[in-house]
Design a protein around this ligand. Structure first.
Ligand SMILES: [Zn+2]
Length: 283
């Protein structure tokens, strides 16, 4: 979290708010969040922002001299829009970018909610793809559908869905909801799916992400909310009734740092998937 829908809608809001403005200040506030040494932030100053777009879960800010700022919010990174720009350095602050304006200047503050500091940014020259190099295809493209229809992968579907070098924009949250809608086990592999199951997966990816994006487009400002999880149908809802009329209760698989939610009746023919808590108990 945040994933494709949150980042896409955020890129649209920031484009509407900032494109055409000149960068006045780019200030590093968080230790080690800037992942590149060259070009330096000073090279961006005075340049006009020409677009804000999204690729996978990255925001891409492009300036009139071709250099770009690429931003990844990771698990708990957030973006506040400040008008006028503030000078404070709040807890978890990562970076602040201030832009001029005809009436009032405006800034975005990147911060990390909680104690993890993993939000990161890169400054890329025109020919440097940096972290955008080698990302998998985006949902809603012919390449994406081709991948789902032809993949022989033997990895768990849940892993392939979330691997940004296999396909772009999907994470733990929307991944759970997608597999539930497609009625596929998170432990199945892409290579093992029938043709009709693959079509169900493509439909579920498009439906779930479109629905989420439509909701995200009703949000205003930056992306400041500490929790973005209230919009999932199954993710994070372990123990609650399945949203489909199967009568079952949502189950989970626990990993070291997160959990996966699924419906046994709808997705695994009633089978309960083993996780590390269960295998520990069995030892
Ligand atoms: Zn169900």
């Amino acid at each position: 979290m945040p994933e494709l829908p949150e980042m896409q809608a955020l890129s649209e809001r920031l484009a509407a708010s900032l494109v055409g403005r000149r960068l006045q200040d780019a200030r590093l506030l968080g230790f080690s969040s800037l992942k590149t040494v060259s070009p330096e932030p000073a090279e961006l100053l005075g340049h006009v922002l020409t677009s804000v777009t999204r690729r996978a879960k990255y925001l891409v800010f492009t300036f009139d001299h071709g250099q770009r700022i690429v931003l990844h919010l990771s698990q708990a990174g957030r973006v506040d829009v400040e008008e006028p720009p503030k000078l404070t350095r709040p807890r978890g602050a990562v970076a602040r970018f201030a832009f001029d304006g005809d009436q009032r200047s405006r800034a975005i503050l990147i911060r990390e909610f909680g104690t993890q500091r993993k939000a990161a940014w890169w400054i890329l020259g025109a020919d440097d793809e940096g972290p955008l190099e080698g990302l998998g295809p985006e949902p809603h493209t012919a390449e994406f559908s081709h991948l789902i229809r032809t993949s022989t992968s033997k990895r768990r579907l849940h892993s392939d869905l979330r691997d940004q070098h296999v396909m772009s924009g999907i994470g733990r949250g929307w991944g759970d909801d997608i597999l539930h809608r497609a009625r596929l086990s998170p432990f199945a592999s892409l290579g093992s799916l029938s043709a009709s199951e693959r079509e169900r997966l493509i439909e579920a990816v498009e439906h779930v992400l479109d629905h989420a994006l439509a909701l995200e487009r009703t949000r205003t400002g930056g992306l400041s909310e500490s929790s973005l999880s209230g919009r999932f149908a199954v993710h994070g809802r372990f123990g609650q009734p399945c949203p489909l009329p199967c009568g079952d209760t949502l189950a989970r698989v626990s990993f070291e740092s997160y959990e996966m939610t699924y419906c046994p009746s709808c997705q695994t023919k009633g089978k309960i998937l083993a996780d590390r808590r269960m295998s520990r108990l069995l030892k």
